[in-house]
Write a protein that binds this ligand. Structure first.
Ligand SMILES: Nc1ncnc2c1ncn2[C@@H]1O[C@H](COP(=O)(O)OP(=O)(O)OP(=O)(O)O)[C@@H](O)[C@H]1O
Ligand SMILES: [Mg+2]
Length: 266
């Protein structure tokens, strides 16, 4: 019997990039990136993926989003994902750079309403109400609806990106280096916003970062990726206190220690 608490199951996922340049004997070179990835995310969990640059974190996120092909199985709420459109609504993403995610000439209200219009969700009044709700959730008031993207700060833009991801009430948000482009204090506010959304909405989050401290600060469970493999995975407190894999130990030694906020229930 399937476990209804399981939101995402990644089973034996591998992926290979084909380069455009031709190698020896004129064949396209195939570069394996992900190697037999296995993990699961439960409903209401904040799952962190940490690893050095180039280890394959974004590639894995893109496989889950349906943007890249892979071998193996990815199940969402017990259903095997096939094709791109199927995950479009229940898994949403927030990326590193809000400037490349948002059209600068559009208003925040237009961008927040757009996913609802595309999915033909609700009447005009209902959509307007949902946009107000989402603005409140991301810590902005309804006057921001009329503000154009170029009139917003980096932190406010990232809040709009999070709002766009939230507006269709997804089961899971994939946040790929979502605070890495922001300065430290603004990044901390966005981390706290994710925590707040997790507590208020029971939001499940797949949080990707190269920074172990950020992942430890936010996440319940941490997976450590090294050269396309998950080399260690476990409860955040345990992994941080007693890492087993040499690569996790090296990551910890390189990161100055931080305190985690008290963990609230969902
Ligand atoms: N489209 C592509 N074609 C070929 N190789 C690629 C492609 N995209 C990524 N790669 C390679 O795949 C590997 C993993 O890249 P990926 O972007 O997933 O790493 P990452 O862990 O997200 O790194 P970062 O922390 O810098 O974002 C890298 O070696 C990268 O050069
Ligand atoms: Mg990346």
């Amino acid at each position: 019997m399937s476990d209804s608490n399981l939101l995402l199951e990644v089973c034996g996922v591998s992926n290979v990039y084909e380069t455009s340049s031709l190698g020896f004997l004129g064949r396209k070179r195939r570069i394996p990136v992900l190697k037999n990835i296995n993990f699961e995310i439960r409903r209401g969990e904040i799952f962190g993926l940490v690893g050095e640059s180039g280890s394959g974190k974004t590639t894995l996120g893109n496989c889950i989003l349906g943007l890249l092909g892979y071998e193996g199985t990815i199940r969402i709420s017990g259903k095997e994902r096939r094709g791109l459109r199927e995950t479009a609504r229940n898994i949403q993403a927030v990326f590193q750079d809000p400037d490349s995610s948002l059209d600068p000439s559009k208003t925040a209200g237009f961008l927040l309403e757009e996913p609802l219009v595309i999915h033909r969700a609700g009447s005009r009044t209902e959509r307007d109400r949902r946009v107000d709700e989402v603005l409140e959730l991301v810590g902005l008031d309804s006057s921001y609806k009329r503000r154009r993207v170029y009139e917003l700060s980096g932190g406010q833009k990232q809040r709009i990106c999070i709002g766009c991801a939230l507006v269709l009430e997804p089961d899971l948000i994939i946040a790929d280096e979502a605070v890495s482009a922001l300065d430290v204090s603004v990044g901390a506010q966005i981390l706290n916003l994710f925590r707040d959304l997790h507590e208020r909405l029971g939001l499940s989050l797949f949080f990707i970062s190269h920074n172990l401290n950020l992942v430890y600060y936010l996440c319940d469970t941490i997976a450590v990726m090294y050269r396309g493999e998950i080399v260690e995975k476990g409860e955040a407190e345990k992994l941080y206190a007693a890492p087993e894999h040499p690569y996790t130990k090296a990551l910890l030694e390189a990161a100055p220690g931080i305190d985690r906020p008290p963990q609230g229930g969902v």
